[in-house]
Design a protein around this ligand. Structure first.
Ligand code: EPZ
Length: 432
């Protein structure tokens, strides 16, 4: 079983290039099959979740051609099935975007019902509400969601709660429907806008993405396109926090600073220097950071996907911080792991109360999910001594070349096989 081994105490320095946004890429790959012409997509992050979704569309007959590790062409015309089996959705929930794409194009889709995950139950009732508003019938049988329609017509849906997935999935199904659809209480995340821009580049007619009302005028068909995915604001935020936590000086390149506003604001509030440029930000921290209160919100609020990372950062800040999670019901599993490293955190309801400690100490810790795993790496970079982070396959789902990028910034960090005692000794000898 591979794990990260980290020797803490080094201030990160240098430059890091941010990859394409995972959560935009997953939706855009699904959207690409809506056309019967080739679609070339650039800046695709080479992460496990993307690889699994590519396997899923390949499995139903779509053509996929890689030009390099971050550029591929998808050809939807050769699709020969509308059934996505459980094997894929069990690995990544975002396979459910194929529901909207296949329903939108073929008026039928059968996708395994996604399970919950380590951060909550993750229902899809709002996705179903969106499809039904377009005239589809949706039923769940034997663990499969079956969505079908004689024809799809423009509809009006007011989402009961803001949902990134439901917003995108309904957009995918509505692109080729007859007439206009109106999505109200829509999600405004940058990747929602990126998917809308991508669909419009294929000939769709979508207006209002990025606001809470999105209008889609259905078109006859979509054509091929060439598109580049936006940078990943969560990967960028993760490296910003790692730089701040280690009292480093790092230039984070290939970002859209506007997408980072809530993250930047919090860093400045706790004493970090953040310099913004056109497509990069520099993060500098020289002394022990301050405490703060933060509540995760839908965009443009502080992102839930940065919640574990800010807790790891605040674990060694001066004073008491409060981190409140308002999006998911169970996103504090990492707290027990941080406590094993000496953090003083108490979870009460949907808030974590963090009493900043002078230092953390290295330990063997287990990543409970993707972003919590990244948070444990941040803690390991700060902790005294060695930290082993287990179950790093979670982290590799969403971070491209994570340990390589950290090494480039000077981190004493390596990916090793837990049973390879020689590799562990070699690493410890090298960094001591
Ligand atoms: C997307 O998940 C992201 N995943 C998540 O990132 C991210 O945390 C989340 O958006 C919020 O920003 C992908 O894009 C692949 P939601 P999604 O629908 O779409 C409830 C990561 O680390 N809800 O916006 O599933 C839901 O339970 C991952 O990259 C319903 O009740 O999130 C949650 O409480 C983790 N019914 C809230 O809405 C529904 O039908 C927001 O969920 C759908 C959602």
């Amino acid at each position: 079983m591979e794990q990260y081994i980290i020797k803490g105490g080094i201030s990160l320095a240098g430059e890091v290039n941010i990859s394409g946004a995972k959560n935009a890429a997953l939706a855009i790959i699904a959207a690409a099959i809506l056309a019967d012409e080739k679609v070339k997509i650039e800046n695709v992050p080479k992460v496990r979740d993307v690889e699994v979704l590519i396997q899923a569309i390949d499995g139903i007959g779509a053509g996929v051609e890689y030009h390099n590790k971050n550029t591929l062409t998808i050809y939807g015309k050769s699709i020969n099935s509308c059934v996505i089996d459980y094997d894929y959705i069990r690995k990544i929930r975002a396979s459910y975007y194929l529901l909207g794409a296949l329903l939108g194009k073929y008026k039928r889709a059968e996708v395994a019902l996604p399970g919950g995950c380590n951060i909550g139950s993750r229902p899809i009732d709002q996705h179903i509400k969106g499809f039904e508003a377009l005239g589809a019938t949706v039923k769940i049988e034997h663990g499969m969601i079956i969505a079908e329609a004689e024809s799809l017509r423009g509809g009006h849906v007011y989402f009961d709660g803001v949902s990134v997935g439901a917003t995108i999935n309904t957009m995918l199904a509505a692109c080729l429907a007859e007439g206009q659809s109106v999505l109200e209480n829509a999600a405004k995340e940058p990747h929602v806008v990126d998917v809308a821009n991508f669909l419009n580049s294929m000939g769709a007619n979508i207006k209002g993405a990025g606001t809470d009302v999105i209008k889609i005028l259905g078109v006859e068909k979509l054509h091929g396109s060439e598109y580049s995915i936006i940078p990943d604001q969560i990967e960028a935020g993760t490296f910003m926090f790692a730089a701040a936590a280690t009292k480093g000086n790092v230039l984070i390149k290939n970002v859209i600073p506007k997408h980072l506003e809530a993250i930047t604001a919090k860093l400045i509030e706790i004493g970090v220097i953040v310099e913004e440029y056109d497509d990069s930000v520099r993060v500098i921290a020289n002394e022990r950071l301050l405490h703060t209160h933060v509540k995760t919100l839908v965009y443009p609020g502080f992102p839930t996907d940065m919640q574990p990372q800010i807790s790891a950062l605040l674990a060694t800040s001066k004073g008491t911080s409060i981190v409140t999670e308002s999006i998911f019901e169970n996103r504090f599993k990492y707290v027990d792991e941080l406590s094993r490293m000496g953090a003083s955190i108490k979870v009460e309801g949907n808030s974590a109360i963090i009493d900043g400690v002078e230092k953390l100490t290295g330990a063997v810790v287990t990543a409970p999910d993707l972003r919590a795993g990244a948070a444990l790496v941040i803690a390991g970079l700060v902790a005294e001594g060695y930290t082993n982070v287990e179950y790093i396959e979670y982290i590799e789902r969403g971070y491209e070349e994570f340990e390589y990028k950290m090494q480039q910034l000077g981190a004493s960090m390596a990916k090793i096989d837990a049973n390879d005692t020689k590799a562990i000794q070699r690493f410890k000898k090298k960094v001591s």
